[in-house]
Structure formats: structure tokens, C-alpha cells
Design a protein around this ligand. Sequence first.
Ligand code: HSC
Length: 695
Amino acid sequence: MSEVVTYELRDGVGVITVNYPPVNALGKDVREGLKAAVEQGAADDGAQALVVMGGGRTFPAGADIREFGKPPQPPALTEVIDAYEHADKLIVAAIHGTALGGGLEVALGCDYRVAVSSARVGLPEVNLGILPGAGGTQRLPRLIGADKALPMIVEGNHVPAAKAQSLGIIDEVVEGDLAEQAIAYARKLVGDGAPRRPVSEMEVKLEDPKVFENYEKSIARKKRGFLAPFRCIEAVKAAAELPFAEGMKRERELFTELVSSPQSKAQRHAFFAEREVGKVPGVSKDTPRREIGKVGIIGAGTMGGGIAMNFANVGIPVILKEVKQEALDNGIKIIRRNYENTAKKGRISQDDVEKRMSLISGTLEYDELSDVNLVIEAVFESMDIKKEVFGELDRVCKSGAILATNTSTLDVNEIADSTSRPEDVMGMHFFSPANVMKLLENVRGEKTSDEVVATVMDLSKKIGKVGVCVGVCDGFVGNRMLHKRQAEAVSLVAAGASPEQVDKVLFDFGFPMGPFAMSDLAGIDVGYRIRQERRKAGDPEAQKPSWLDKLAEQGRYGQKTGAGVFKYEEGDRTPKPDPEVAKLIEDFRKENGIEPREVTDQEILERCMYVMVNEGAKILEEGIASRALDIDIVWIYGYGFPVYRGGTMFWADQVGLKEIHDRVKTFHEQLGGKQWEPSPLLERLAKEGKGFHDL
Ligand code: HSC
């Protein structure tokens, strides 16, 4: 037997334990070990029943994802599970941690399942662009009914033990030592003459024959562009309609199609990138972390309030500092309202609302921040104001406190240098709404210490964010690339496209909304002010005045004023084309001697996307992002880049860098502009036939 799976006889029960840290993934050695162990258990005369469990922190959390895309290595997981289901001894799965994917499929091959109350089970394969491929789509509907299995398989959520018990997945929730409890349970079952329960032999219960059709309709919008959720529905339908063996064949066909699809490759890349992104190159994993027991926030506006909620949500006390009592009261009132709304939707209890609110306090005095371990400034984007705030923080905050700025545009090094402790200063760029958006661009200044970087990166995870460490530049990673795309979108409209056409192309690509619906949501005035500042300052790279600026000058700021590039009806956020804007664009073209031409969807896609890829390459060259995967994660979590395309740079690699480089060069010849100057890195990789992820 392999070393990663052990077998021992305890109290007349054979206990099979998987020891393959960190998550007991079902790689080749584990599969071999599991198969050998069940054979040993079956042959062990001293064992009246068997228990299978995970050592360390969890029951197996799934197949070993790193094996996908490589030649399959026997034994297949399906073969292992068959061996458990057909063993001639009763088997109990004893679950702690997370029994996910292939792990839950192993448990479904057992006769009975017990779990500790903190355990969670689920079939999250859909999040990797695949479906459960070791019988999960066929056994779970047989165990709990197709109607209940469907959401678990299509949504891929983790289900806590108590709920899993009520669904019929778990037979008993146990307290105390899991192995002992499972052994006692197995002995009792044998003593009571409990029957074997091969799930594959159960009938599939189906309450509503239209469930598949209805479910497909219900997810059509939310899962737009994804392949796997729809294939999951097909697989569960097969369970309801076909005998087990045929259903398994169908599951295999669908699994094989998905696992080799570009979507699954992209989603697997995103899975590992999300974990890799937390490991900052050059910062050792043993770097000491500072304890963050209390946080101060400067500014109780929308941003400050949203940021505060992240900390209260995980039990960290927060103190909000404002200038005026009224603004403070209002900020805290809005936080309460947000929590109350979440409670109304049933996502948290009223008790949670009160607990979280009790962790949030307010002050008008800087001196009250003397005991915080981290302070995040979220005030107006003005260097003078920020320097003033940081001067105060430098004065009152205790030694070792981390001083962070939420700036999205200003130079973090300049802010840091205005204090006596630049090594403790860092950017924490939250995305709006700060309590919802998962991305956190953690901006490392020239002098920021490793300890501060490591602490802030860990803290990001703790508050449920995906932190990406980036360097200092205008717009950091996300907005720097976004601004290039936005300028291109504006110029495409000036050339002859309509804003609706541009938006549709990017929406169809998979973004949640097009660039103009997005600028209407964020407020056109924000970008307008920045562009005006640049023009005033004589910045040679400032964009020329455009039709979009004219909209801002007319007070059409977007959703907040009911009209921007699109118009909005009262209480409705759906963008509607506006003939007035079409006229304004037409006038703009006339004034500037532009003869409108037909712009193809292909040109829109290439210009909007390739300009970002070229900028991403420059960001990599400059070391603003250390790896292409950092940029991918920024775009997936900050801007809704479709995860099934793997992020901007992963997508670029799939398209091929030679193709992109050639087009960038052509656009540079045709349109000019610094944004189209091919990045030397892009040029080199294109020549070498490599991708950004080969670096
Ligand atoms: C699957 O099971 C398919 C099946 O249906 C079988 C198909 C068979 C087909 C047969 C055909 C014949 N594999 O997340 P963390 C690593 S698909 C490899 O930071 P946490 C992870 O990369 C799978 N590695 O920990 C990281 O490595 P690092 C279905 C895996 O405590 C380390 O473990 N299951 C891995 O925050 C720690 O991970 C899933 O999708 C895996 N399966 O969360 C579950 N899982 O240290 C995926 C983790 O080097 N996993 N790693 O960076 C998770 O959701 C989370 O990892 C947990 C733990 C919730 C388990």
C-alpha cells in the first residue's frame, strides 16, 4: 500500500486514513492507496466494518487538479469508488474539514456518512469549468433526489454538515473524536443488522419533471457564457432518465468534453492563480506578521464605510474618523442600513447586525487612533489633503502601526515620504462597493517593509478579499489598463461606432457590462476631472477633449444624474440608448472633421482588448505587477473579466502573442499614440513563440 493511505484495525473496525497534505487531494498515490486499503480491509477477518477518513485538516477535498490535462494514470477514481461500493463489508465515511468533489464522490461510494458539525461537503467542480466526473452527478441525485442535487452540482456551493444532514447526505453529525465516533457508529450499524446501501442502486426521486428546463432558464443570465453549469444540468438529467451504468457513461462523455475545453483550462488557471497571488515574490513566507487587533478608517463616506464593514464582518473593531459629527453619524447610519438590508435578504441574522455594529465606533479626534494597529485613509483624492492626514497619523499612531492609503490615483511614495516612517506606509486600494468587491490592490511603495507587505496580504485574505501586491504607478494595474481601454472605446465611437455597439461587443465577450455602461455607473465626472487636471498641467499624454467630455460638461454624469452615455428611467439601472447623445456625437464628429465609417465588431474587440494586453506587458516589464497571473486576478476580481477566459494575460496567451503583437504594430502605424507602441516584452515573447505565463 502507498504511504499516503494507512490501514489499521481498531475495535474490530478497519480504519482507512488518507494522509496527503495539505488537502488530501486524490492523486495517483492516494487512489492506489485507497484501493489497496479497501482490499486489505475486506480481507481482514478481524474487521466487521470499515471506516474511511482523512488525516490532518480534512477529508479529501477533491481530485488532484494538477493532474488534469495530463495523461490519466490508473487506477481511475471511478474504479476506486466502485471498489468501495462493492466491497463485501459495510463502509462508513467519516468527514471533517471539506469533503469536496472527488472527496464527496468517495463518500457517496460508502454505505453511510458521518461528519463533525464544522465539516462542509460539496461538488464544486463547476467552478473549475468541469463537472463531477467520478459518479457525483449520478449518485447524489439518487441519494437526495434530482431537484435537490441540481443546485448543489450547478452552483458548486459548500454545504455545512447540518444542512447536509437535512438533505440526506450525512446520516449523523457527531461530536468529539471523529475516528472513535465513526468506529462506534459502524459497530452499531453492524450490531443492528443495518443493510448495505449502495447509492448506485437507489431510484432517482424527481419531484418536478420540468426542473431541468426551469433551472436552465433560471441560470441563463447569471451563467451567461459558461459551459460547465449547463453540462451539469445535462448530467443530472441523465441520472433521472437513464440506468446508472448509462448515466455514468454520459457523465464521462460530458466530463471529457469539459476537462479539455479552453474554459476549464482558464478556470483551473484562475484557481491556482488566486492562491499563488498571495505569495509575493521576494517576500519570504517566514516574514513576521504584525497583529491587527484594531483598525482606524479616515473618512466615513461611502468608501470608508464600506471598508469598515470588511473588518467588522470578521470581528475586528473599527474606529471611523470624520471631520464633522453629521458626516460621521450619516456614515454609521448607512453602514447600519447596509447590514439591515443584508439581514432582510436572510444572509445574516439580526444578531449579526448588532454584533457587527457594536464593533464600529466613531470619532472626530485623531488622538483616538493612538491604539490602532492599522489605519486606512479614505478621504478626497488630493495630495495636499492626504499629506495633511498622514501628518496627523504620523503624530498620533503608535510605533508599528501600518498607515495605509486607499488612493486610486496618487503617488504612494510621495505620501509615504511625507511621514517619518515610510516603511510602514502602503496603499490598500479597495474597489467600490468596498464591502462587496473582492479585489484589493495592495500597493507596495519603494520603502514599504516586507513585514508590512506580508501583514497586509494576509489581512486581505482574512477579510475575504483577494489581495494582489502591485507597485506604484499611475492607476496601478487595474485602472492603468482600464483607462487605455476607455480611451480606445471613446475613439472607436468618434470614428463611427455607436456606444451601444462598443458595449455589446465587450458584453458578449463576457464582461458584466460594456465600457460605457461602466463609466455611467462609476460617474463620468470622475474621469473628466482627472483628464481636465492633466490638460491643465500640460501633460503631453493627456487625452484630447472628446465627445465624452462634452457629456460631462452638460452635467450628464451617468446613473447618478439619470443620464450619461445612456439614459436611465427612474429606479431602473438598465442603460437605454439616447438620441440626444447620438446627436452630440454626430456634432462632435462634424466639428472635428471626422467622416464616420463603419467600425466592425472585430476591430472593437481587438482595439479594446489588445491595448490592454500591450499595457499589461508594459506593467510587467516595469515590475509594477510581478507576474502575469497577478494581472489576471486584478481583472477577474476587480472588473468582472470572465473567469472562463482566465484573465487578460491568460486570454492573450490563448489568442497567441504573435497575433496580438502584429495587430498592435498595425494599430500603431494606423492610429499612432504611445498606447500602441508595442511593448518590448510583447515583441520578444511573440518572436520567441512564448506566452506571458511562460515567464
Ligand atoms: C474533482 O474533484 C473532480 C472529480 O469529480 C473527480 C473527477 C475524476 C475524473 C476521473 C476520470 C476517469 N488539487 O485553497 P487553499 C492546494 S475536481 C490540488 O489555500 P484553504 C492549493 O492549490 C476538485 N491542489 O486552502 C494550495 O496549494 P499551495 C474538486 C489543491 O484552506 C493548498 O492546496 N475540489 C486542491 O483556503 C491549500 O489550498 C475542489 O475544487 C486540489 N483539489 O481551502 C476543491 N485543493 O499551498 C478545491 C487545494 O501550494 N479546493 N489544493 O498554494 C478548495 O476549494 C480549497 O483548497 C479548500 C481549502 C476549501 C479545500
